[in-house]
Ligand binder design. Structure first.
Ligand code: NDP
Length: 234
């Protein structure tokens, strides 16, 4: 069965791997992008998730071209790393506005059609950092931890309508986001990971696709770590 899927930030990194995984399964996949040339093979809609009006327009276009969103993957996210002493209020609020409020905007808009259809799958991309913390990432960790409370509230609110809401919490994944780290930082991270390597984006995508599958129909409010064992015990 071909479903209408939306992956925010599906133009690169983990989001692109997720979009490809759903497309491989035969789903219709829309991705958001903000600038440049989006990758081919998807319904690419221009959308900055910090702008409610752009989110509304994106959903209208998707509904028109591939039908109401049945599977939403809220993946778009940013970092603005800085030690607390030097972290500006803007560094903090921009990260929160993108990672948390941006997720709220896309989930709220998706919920409308899911309630009507009495089914839906929502997967939020959090991070091991949201559960463990990381120096220099107080803004990012706060935003990613908040997604857990957000998703669990929605899992309770929407469960009776056959809508599941789950979180995937990746560890360190080889993308532009982590390529921005210094070699020393990258080596230190690998030393702490039991599997002693970074994840490939496809390894995160596999868990997301599973949570949206029929096999995962009884899983909601879960936080699935895909972190090579880094966060074990949280
Ligand atoms: P990238 O930096 O490679 O990609 C980020 C994606 O988010 C891009 O598609 C980007 O779009 C999009 N995005 C950022 N801000 C906005 C916005 N305001 N509106 C719309 N789209 C936006 O990151 P990753 O692929 O590594 O990360 C994807 C998700 O996974 C993020 O939520 C991240 O926090 C999380 N994650 C990543 C980990 C890692 O190690 N890489 C580990 C744990 C979690 P554009 O191309 O337009 O900039």
């Amino acid at each position: 069965m071909s479903r209408s899927v939306l992956v925010t930030g599906g133009n690169r990194g983990i989001g692109l791997a997720i979009a490809r995984a759903f497309a491989e399964s035969g789903d219709k996949v829309a991705i958001t992008y903000r600038s440049g040339e989006p990758p081919a093979g998807f319904l690419a809609v221009k959308c900055d998730i910090t702008d409610t009006e752009q989110v509304e327009q994106a959903y209208k276009e998707i509904e028109e071209k591939q039908g109401p969103v049945e599977v939403l993957v809220a993946n778009a996210g940013i970092t603005r790393d800085q030690l607390l002493m030097r972290m500006s209020e803007e560094d903090f609020s921009t990260v929160l506005d993108t990672n948390l409020t941006g997720t709220f905007r896309v989930v709220k808009r998706a919920n409308r059609a899911m309630l009507r259809a009495r089914k839906g799958r929502i997967v939020l991309i959090s991070s091991v950092v949201g559960l463990m913390g990381a120096p220099g990432q107080a803004n990012y960790a706060a935003s990613k931890a908040a997604l857990v409370g957000f998703s669990r509230s929605l899992a309770r609110e929407l469960g009776s309508r056959n809508i599941t809401v789950n979180v995937v919490a990746p560890g360190f994944v080889d993308t532009d986001m982590t390529r921005a780290l210094s070699d020393e930082q990258r080596e230190n991270i690998v030393k702490q990971v039991p599997l002693a390597r970074y994840a490939q984006p496809e390894e995160v995508a596999a868990s997301v696709r599973f949570l949206a599958s029929d096999e995962a129909a009884y899983i909601t409010g879960a936080v699935i770590p895909v972190d090579g064992g880094l966060g074990m015990g949280h």
